[in-house]
Design a binder for this molecule. Structure first.
Ligand code: SAH
Length: 388
């Protein structure tokens, strides 16, 4: 064997991949500790260090013995996704661009309000569902985020606000899984990450303040109630299958009746029976904003304990739709309210930094052909506009 090939062989030895503890829920970290011959309660100490004290260096976890720290550091690490940039809107909304392994970037948004601070978290790189009015869908799809990459978003926001300092000016009090991706298509990782959000020794958020939003992956929604009791939001956007098939293609697989039934079952499994599903309805001019749609929606939802959240459509480059007019929005809301529904209108936040609902796009290394098609169409539209 020549010396050169000997060197190559050494170079090719696989580097020992360390286990990333960032995305480990309390029970998984307990299993991990047992697996390396340690007591389960060590997991509680490590979780507090990572998530409450923001400490990612295992050697600095000073209430663990030096030996244990060294032993842990040999096999494990705490690895965060990388923050590429952070933009602040005039209205206080903050958007981060975050690079994950493989080079794609996801976006995450923080929305401060008088009584709360909501973090909108991504669950996938891009999205496979391709809803016709959503910018993320146009980016195509790359992969699911790991549990570490999902909870890493909360870690990044919490640390930028000194979440656990007694006098923190800003804090994350609520998390909505409404960023890029369809959370129920990444079931296990999303469930693990949400359990860290709720974990007392980590972020300790209330289950009412963590919301999973889904476009209707019914089999997974049927399973969710067995492993989680977070709040549920369902993205309807249309009161009948014919229209919803066009806007939300997954409706062709799991039509409205099945979706609503599944959401009802989820909420009924909850031990406290005062909880309600949030129905999200993005209003687009002349598409789904007529009185007849509002009346149809009122009938459709009559047996579902719910409140309705109307979202004026947010435009993005090349989008096919227009924002609802204020007159149509008020009319739609009034019809639902007259039928006895609680209705809120989502105010558009962070529009100046493209951080509003449906505008999150990141930089997706697309594995589908969708992004290329979208870009081609976009350039055609732009050329048309210039020639106009
Ligand atoms: N896939 C999940 C979560 C991501 S979308 C879901 O569909 O629920 C979060 C919310 O933003 C959804 O209700 C979605 O329909 C809405 N949304 C998407 N694009 C939008 C746009 N351009 N304007 C306003 N809301 C939009």
């Amino acid at each position: 064997m020549s010396p050169k090939s000997a060197v190559n062989i050494t170079d090719d030895q696989p580097q020992q991949v360390k286990t990333n503890l960032l995305g480990f829920s309390a029970s998984r970290l307990g299993d991990f500790m047992e697996g390396i011959g340690e007591k389960r309660f060590r997991a509680t100490q490590v979780i507090k260090w990572i998530h409450q004290m923001g400490e990612c260096d295992l050697h600095e976890m000073s209430n663990l013995s030096k030996d244990l720290r060294a032993k842990l550091a040999e096999v494990a690490e705490v690895k965060l996704p990388e923050v590429v940039s952070c933009q602040d809107s005039v209205d206080g909304t903050r958007k981060w661009l975050i690079r994950v392994d493989g080079g794609s970037c996801i976006e995450m948004v923080y929305i401060p309000e008088r009584d709360r601070g909501t973090l909108c978290v991504s669950s996938q790189i891009g999205c496979a569902l391709d809803c016709s009015f959503c910018a993320t869908g146009k980016q195509g799809f790359n992969r699911d985020l790991t549990a570490a990459e999902i909870i890493g978003q909360l870690w990044i926001a919490a640390n930028s606000f000194e979440q656990f300092a007694p006098k923190a000016k800003r804090r994350v009090t609520n998390v909505v899984m409404m960023g890029m991706g369809e959370p129920l298509m990444n079931f296990d990782n999303v469930v693990d990450a949400m359990s860290i959000m709720l974990e007392d020794n980590a972020y300790g958020l209330s289950k009412r303040r963590v919301t999973l939003s889904t476009a209707g992956v019914v089999p997974q929604l049927d399973k969710l109630g067995d492993v989680s009791d977070v709040s549920l939001a369902i993205s309807l956007h249309a009161p009948n299958d014919e229209l919803r098939n066009q806007l939300v293609p997954i409706n062709r697989k799991y039509p409205l009746a099945q979706f609503i039934e599944s959401a009802k079952n989820y909420i009924e499994k909850m031990p406290d029976n005062r909880r309600k599903v949030t129905v999200e309805y993005t209003l687009m001019d002349q598409i789904n904003d007529r009185s007849v749609h509002a009346r149809e929606l009122a009938v459709l939802l009559k047996d579902l304990p719910c409140k309705v959240n109307l979202i004026p459509f947010n435009a993005f480059p090349g989008s096919d739709y227009k924002r609802v007019t204020n007159t149509a929005l008020d009319r739609f809301r009034d019809i639902l309210m007259a039928e006895g529904y609680t209705v809120t209108v989502r105010t558009t936040r962070g529009d100046d930094i493209a951080a509003a609902c449906g505008q999150l796009a990141g930089e997706v290394n697309d594995r589908t052909k969708r992004q290329a098609r979208y870009k081609k169409r976009l350039s055609e539209v732009q050329t048309l506009n210039i020639t106009d």
